[in-house]
Design a binder for this molecule. Structure first.
Ligand code: ADP
Ligand code: ADP
Ligand code: ZN
Length: 225
């Protein structure tokens, strides 16, 4: 099989709960490029109780955005690591126009290009049901849904056997604030990338496998190892 991409730098864009993390994990295995999630990186700082983590937690618990400078330096450091040389699947970054500019600068500096921006479209009422049922493993980060994607036993991780937890920001009032911020700050990026001809829209209101198929179809042939 020949590859149509020399590298694969992708952005997954869409409202909270549209399935970015879920799809990123599948795509990462399929295309052999790492899943880079600023949300996961920030939650890891929170778990480890670092200074950055303590500062970020308060902001995250309110559903607001962590300062651009903090996530910008995190993402620069991560993209400069060797495993990102052939591409990345970005999940949760960029989240506003300023961050999109920072990302352009980083990619230019590293001599990389952005191949596609996958926009996962999901209705707001679906989002609220998805985030309400979301649980994740505090050890490995694997994401479940109590109804749509339940763990094998009760409420423990299939891989680690420990109790799943609900994110502190998956509460109804915080979900509403995150959705509001998405529409205000993040959604304008769709237009920005559309002007560059990079956008592919996928219907996210369907089962996980259907969404994956839509993305893969839009991307074409997977990379060879
Ligand atoms: P979701 O996928 O549910 O939207 P994320 O895991 O991407 O959530 O993000 C959780 C929280 O982490 C956000 O609400 C925000 O506070 C913070 N965060 C993640 N990525 C960024 C970013 N690129 N810029 C600013 N804040 C971010
Ligand atoms: P995001 O990273 O965009 O915030 P997640 O991948 O964490 O979204 O998904 C949010 C919740 O919805 C999780 O509980 C996940 O298991 C569930 N989920 C993801 N994609 C789908 C889908 N296509 N259909 C039903 N549930 C889904
Ligand atoms: Zn686990």
């Amino acid at each position: 099989m020949t590859s149509i991409y020399r590298s694969l730098n992708l952005i997954l864009l869409g409202p909270p709960g549209c399935g970015k993390g879920t799809q990123a994990k599948v795509l990462s295995e399929k295309y052999h490029v790492p899943h880079v999630s600023t949300g996961d990186m920030l939650r890891s700082e929170v778990r480890r109780g670092t200074e950055l983590g303590m500062k970020a937690k308060e902001i995250m618990d309110r559903g607001e955005l962590v300062p651009d400078s903090i996530v910008g330096s995190m993402i620069l450091r991560r993209l400069d690591e060797a495993d990102c040389a052939r591409g990345v699947i970005l999940d949760g970054y960029p989240r506003n126009v300023e961050q999109a500019g920072v990302l352009d600068g980083i990619l230019a500096e590293l001599g990389r290009t952005l191949e596609r921006v996958i926009v996962i479209e999901v209705d707001d009422d679906v989002i609220v049901r998805r985030l309400g049922g979301r649980r994740s493993c505090p050890k490995c980060g694997r994401v479940y849904h109590m109804e749509y994607n339940p763990p094998r036993d009760d409420a423990t991780c299939d891989d680690c056997g420990i109790a799943l937890v609900q994110r502190d920001d998956d509460r109804e009032d915080v979900i509403r604030e995150r959705l509001r911020l998405y529409h205000e700050k993040t959604a304008p990026l769709v237009q920005l990338y559309e002007q560059r001809g990079l956008v592919v829209r996928v219907d996210g209101n369907q089962p996980v496998e259907g969404v994956t198929e839509g993305i893969v179809e839009a991307l074409g042939t997977p990379l060879n190892r």
